[in-house]
Design a protein around this ligand. Sequence first.
Ligand code: GLP
Length: 260
Amino acid sequence: MEVIVLGAESERAALVADAITDLLWGATDAVLGLATGSSPSPVYAELVRRHDVGQVSFARATAFSLDEYLGLPPGHPEGYRQVLEREFVGLVDLSAERLHTPDGQATDIVEACAAYEAAIVAAGGVDLQLLGIGSDGHLAFNEPGSSLASRTRVKTLTPRTRADNARFFDSPDEVPHHVLTQGLGTILQARHLVMLATGAGKAEAVRQAVEGPVSARCPASVLQLHPHVTVVLDPAAASRLELVDYYLAVWADKPAWQGI
Ligand code: GLP
């Protein structure tokens, strides 16, 4: 696991956008794993900027999102499919048909989850998965207690996550209780995991994920089991890491040829 602490939002966004741009230059039909939440927004903005000046094309790429609310009316602006179309996919040359999201309107949820898993496999698996982290350590919508081997399924949000996400809704009561989410086992199958976190509110979750025991108590700690993980933090999110000086030294001495 590589832990990178950078003060400037533009630097963090450029670093992750570089990894995605490099991936697409190497394989135009790359499979991207998209995350919602505020953490990846600067990366999307940077990718849109690069797309607009012709530095990157998503025309042959495919994208899979991590999760989706259940029970929102079709087309609700806070449905994660709508958010991703509004913030990223609709702003670049990635067609809506190439954006896959778990079906939050499904009547047969078990079947919809199995179909989502099958679609990821049929696409050849995710090359690079963007991730945020919940203040309770959740990854996608895998709340504490999630099986580290879990696959796409329905989950119930914790009160804390519903409160955290209430800022996107008119009223806290509007935040759904249930979601569909890729499992931790599903996420582990992506070839490169890139987790972004900023702010002091994430510091404890980041500490547990990066330096704590691997445990379903902190679902993001499952990242420690993956061979290629990049964690990109601002100083506030890194503020509780015991080995932060070491991570900074590794970054300072990183060979120029080595990407993330
Ligand atoms: C949401 C999403 C996660 C996201 C997390 C953090 O609940 N399901 O995928 O990583 O919350 O969100 P934010 O980046 O806005 O802090």
